[in-house]
Design a protein around this ligand. Sequence first.
Ligand code: GLA
Length: 392
Amino acid sequence: MKHFLTQEFNKVYNKEAENVYFSPGRVNLIGEHIDYNGGLVMPCAITFGTYLLVSPNNDGVFRFRSLNFDHKLDIPVQNNYSKTGEYWFNYPLGVIEYFLKDGHPVLGLDMLFYGDIPISSGLSSSASIEVVTAFALNSLMNSGYSKLDLVKLSQSVENNFIGVNCGIMDQFAVAFGENNKALMLNCDTLDYQAVDSNLGEYILAIINTNKPRKLAESKYNERVQECQAALTALQQELDINNLCDIDTDTFNKHSNLITDKVIYKRAKHVIEENDRVKLAAVALSQNNLDEFGSLMYASHNSLRDLYEVSGKELDAVAEYCKTDANVAGARMTGAGFGGCAIALVKESAFDSFSQKVIAYYTDKIGYAPSVYSSLIGNGVGELVAEGKKTKA
Ligand code: GLA
């Protein structure tokens, strides 16, 4: 891959790329719509991601090119930037803007991006491009940020430059991911543990519904507000800062404070899902994949019925999985409203699983999903030799 990309850089800029960086995408095993409520999530980095090839220039210009999109941007180095239209280059431009706002100079750069994460699939292509840019700038300009600083900066870009009020999970996962490990992240304290994700005879399947994700961002922001409303109602009696500061029992004792039925359902999902993550961590540590799988199905049902972010496409995948004895569990992953589901599938049965889920889904929905088997990979880093990462 690196060789192909360096050749492409040559073609575009007529010079060598000096550095190549890679940041993965992510899936979340369990703990959905939890990060902005200060609870526990369990994401892992995948092996699809975003490559950034870069070479400084003396022209005082930022040049943004992508092998995925035709739109390009040449913009002089200046003191601030704002979002332009809905183009892909807003993500790296936002990162530059945040470096400058923090008082870290950035000099002219020729950049070429390439991503193999399916766009709009809910596998965090946006966090991936933000973090790869932030990591590259930090290393090229010696800006002195820690990796956690880069995660927070990238989240700020998404919140304030792009306008999506996401939590910290995606940026954290793509920065700190580790081979064959899931990250148990407390989104309130940002303490985390990389836990062995020993899937035994199972592998992780990713099923992309290929549903266009219209309105996903506005509905996402609506859910964030609904959780805020639930928290405000509970704070009348409880001294808490986040919905995830309480468990299901405490919630049940005080839930009468929430009078709006919709807001009640949102809070119930969040608090029960947070409890499920704790159970899932125990199940994973005991290699009890049946239990882990049941928790995945329970999570999916809650996202469908209480949080209302699933949809007939994601539901069709989960429904099929329940009928297949080679699947331990399945659920939608990420924000929802389309995007991807994940399933724990017996490795020996992966091919037949793919065929059957594609047939079931196509029959129900009218077009085919894409099915991938994914490895759990490393977080952001510089690629120094073909396929090898350092400086992560
Ligand atoms: C998106 C957001 C994350 C998280 C998930 C839902 O991926 O970017 O911050 O809220 O949705 O769990």
